[in-house]
Every structure is written in C-alpha cells, then in structure tokens.
Design a protein around this ligand. Structure first.
Ligand SMILES: Cc1ncc(COP(=O)(O)O)c(C=O)c1O
Length: 390
C-alpha cells in the first residue's frame, strides 16, 4: 500500500472533512498549537463559555437557591441521559456525579456484595492504576475476602484475551477492564468479553474513560452490567468535571450504594434519620455534587451528539492512519516505536509512540514554543539532545 505523508495530502483530507466546521465551535486561543491531548483534557467548547456565564451570573447570581428547582436538582440525570445516547444505554441508566475512581468504588463494592460467595476479581495490568487501587481498597473494606487477579498483557499493547477467558471460572465475581486502554489505545471486543464474563456468572464492569465520545459504544447490545467513565477527556467537560456511572436497569434496585448519603435518600427533605434508598439510579448519588462543573459537561456532549459518533470515528481513523504513516516514514528510522495496534478496529482514537529518550523529547516539545526547539531533516537539534538542558 502506498503511503501519503506530504502536506498536500493532509490539506486534501481537511478539504473533504465533513466535520471541519466544528473547529469554529471550540475556543482556539493559539491557532498554531496542534493540540493532541484530548485523551487527557478536551478543548473548551464555545457554548460552554456561554453556559458558564449563564450558570454563574444568572442561575447562581440571580436565581440563587431557587435554581435548585429550575435544573440543578435534575442535572445528574439530565446530563446522564445525554451521555447515555453516546454509549448505547437507556436514558435512565446513566447518572453523573463524583470522580471516576469514586464511582468505580461504589460499583465494585456493590457488585462484590451482590456476588456473595464468589471470591475473585479479574482485571489486567493495562488498566488505569487508579482502578487497581480502587479494587485493592474494596478488598480491604470487605475484610480481604477477595482475591485480585491481574492478568498481564503479552506486550504492553494488546489485552490478555486468552488469559481472561481461561481465568473466568465459578469463583469469578467481577471482571473489570478499561474498554480502550489508556496507554496503548487497544480496544477490547466488548460483546465477546462481556459474554465470557456472563458465561462464568461474573458481572462485567467497563471503564469507558478513553472510549466515551471517541469510539462508538453499545452497552445494551453487549448486555453490559456496569460501567464508569470520565467527562473531562473526549466529552470536553472541563478540568475535574465529574464522571458518570451506568447500571443496567434490572440491576439498579438490587445493587446497594456502599456510600449512602442524602442525595440518594427517598424523600430527602423529610430528613428521616433512617436511610431508605430512593428507587432507580439516583440512590447511587451520595452528597451534593459540583453543580457548575457537572452542568458544564452538557454543552460538550451536545456537540458530540450533533457531530455523530460514527462520523467522528471515521475521521479519527483517517487521522490516526495518517499519523501512523508519518511515524513510519519519519520517526521509525529514529528509533521511535509504535505502541498502538495497527488494526484500525482494535485501536481507539489515540496513537501511542515510544522512545528511550521519551521524557526528554516530551519536555522539548512542551517547551518548544518557549525556546524555539526545532526538528531539522529528521534530526533533533543539539539543544534538544543536550542532557544539561533538561
Ligand atoms: C481509564 C481511567 N480510569 C480512571 C481514571 C481516574 O479518573 P478520576 O480522576 O476521575 O477518578 C482515569 C484518569 O485519567 C482514567 O484515564
């Protein structure tokens, strides 16, 4: 296959890009900055700036406490219902509040208690470290009755699929994995892995942080039990924006939130002293959520719904292919490795490159605009390679 890596080819892709006009919908403070870090913090949508102004000036400034009944109280479900459309869930199966780690903790403990008599949690070493810390914390909380099985990827890129199938047995309570792996961008086959978990009688919990808003996900088609995901990456929710949790409808009233709080209480303004969880997903809320940050997620999600996940995926695949072709031509000869699957369908929307001098190269790129570091004819200039510079 011939590879096209010149600028004219990129310009041609741009000219035929049906999503190009969405660029205007984001704040681009520096048009020369090529921002490739959406997998850590998505850009700021212009509509979010307008919404922030309204939330602070009008809703908070003018409406004061009245605004709790004018949108704030229902914000976790309202924003959740929109996120649900991005991940193939029903409108009442997704709710927003708390960090991804806290939501994961709630679901893990609830799932382990529900799976009483089964003693094993299966995961992999490609999972995000916080997820593994949460699992260890849950095991401690439940008096160390569970064993954590962390299966190793064969190469740090692909998931240990065969080992997962082998390890799922009658003791497996929960299988939990990142759908798109944060480092390598590898995507698990959600329907096949979920089916394997169910066959063994385990519950399946996916971390969708690197999938939501970047790759099409269909939780219902795969019959997924539980999921969490963050909103500050591809949903463009803003730094520290709260995350979402998903519980399949038929599990919502049988699972119990281990961090009970008044936001999940039935008739909370009766101020009853005995905890009685409200019906449905809302009892997985705990305390008062960050209303402004949570509400600001909505405009980013609306942009994604307008663009269409399939269109976005098609564009992301074209861009990633182009980037990988550029790597092959310019970076591979300089000892950069491609730490991402080559097969399009097994790759999320980020591409991971490696180099034994990766840290110094990163620092140089970050500070390039401050110090005018340049790349000439495929070779880094002398300042970059000088250890004393970094
Ligand atoms: C895959 C994944 N899971 C969990 C987390 C932790 O998220 P939080 O800081 O919202 O708890 C992150 C953070 O980047 C992540 O990438």
């Amino acid at each position: 296959m011939t590879r096209q890596t010149d600028l004219a080819f990129a310009a041609e892709l741009d000219a035929h890009d049906p999503l190009a006009h969405f660029r205007e919908r984001f704040v681009i403070a520096d048009p020369n900055l090529i921002y490739m870090d959406g997998n850590s913090l998505g850009r700021l949508p212009r509509s979010t700036v307008t919404l922030a102004e309204d939330l602070v000036q009008h809703q908070w400034g003018e409406r004061l406490i009245r605004n709790w009944n004018e949108g704030w109280f229902t914000a976790p479900e309202r924003v959740g219902a929109k996120i649900a459309r991005l991940i193939g869930a029903e409108h009442d199966e997704v709710i927003v509040a708390d960090s991804t780690s806290v939501n994961l903790f709630k679901l893990v403990v609830a799932a382990l208690r529900f799976q009483h008599g089964r003693s094993c949690i299966v995961t992999d070493n490609l999972n995000f470290p916080s997820d593994l810390y949460v699992l260890q914390g849950a095991i401690d909380l439940l008096d160390k009755q569970h064993q954590l099985v962390v299966l190793s990827s064969p190469d740090g890129i692909y998931g240990p699929v065969a080992e997962i199938h082998n390890r799922l047995d009658s003791q497996a309570a929960l299988l939990t994995l990142s759908h798109t792996v944060y480092k390598s961008g590898y995507i698990y086959d959600m329907p096949a892995i979920t089916a394997a978990a169910h066959e063994a009688g385990a519950l399946m919990l996916w971390d969708l942080s690197h999938s939501v808003g970047s790759v099409p996900v269909d939780l219902h088609a795969a019959q997924v039990d539980l999921a969490v995901g963050c909103s500050y990456k591809y949903l463009n929710g803003g730094p520290g924006a709260p995350s979402f949790l998903y519980i399949r409808r038929d599990l919502q009233d049988v699972l119990r939130n281990p961090i009970a709080g008044w936001m999940g209480q039935r008739e909370l303004f009766d101020f009853e002293l005995k905890y009685q969880p409200t019906k449905g997903l809302r009892h997985f809320l705990t305390g008062t959520y960050p209303v402004i940050s949570l509400s600001l997620i909505e405009s980013g999600v609306e942009l994604l719904l307008e663009a269409g996940l399939d269109n976005l995926r098609a564009k992301s695949q074209r861009q990633s292919e182009y980037l990988i072709d550029l790597w092959e031509e310019f970076l591979k000869p300089l000892s950069f490795t491609l730490n991402t699957p080559r097969e399009t369908e097994r790759r999320g929307s980020h591409v991971s490159l490696g180099h034994f001098e990766g840290l110094r190269i990163d620092q140089a790129l970050i500070h390039a605009s401050d110090h005018s570091y340049i790349v000439i004819d495929g070779e880094f200039d002398s300042q970059l390679t000088s250890p004393s510079s970094y």
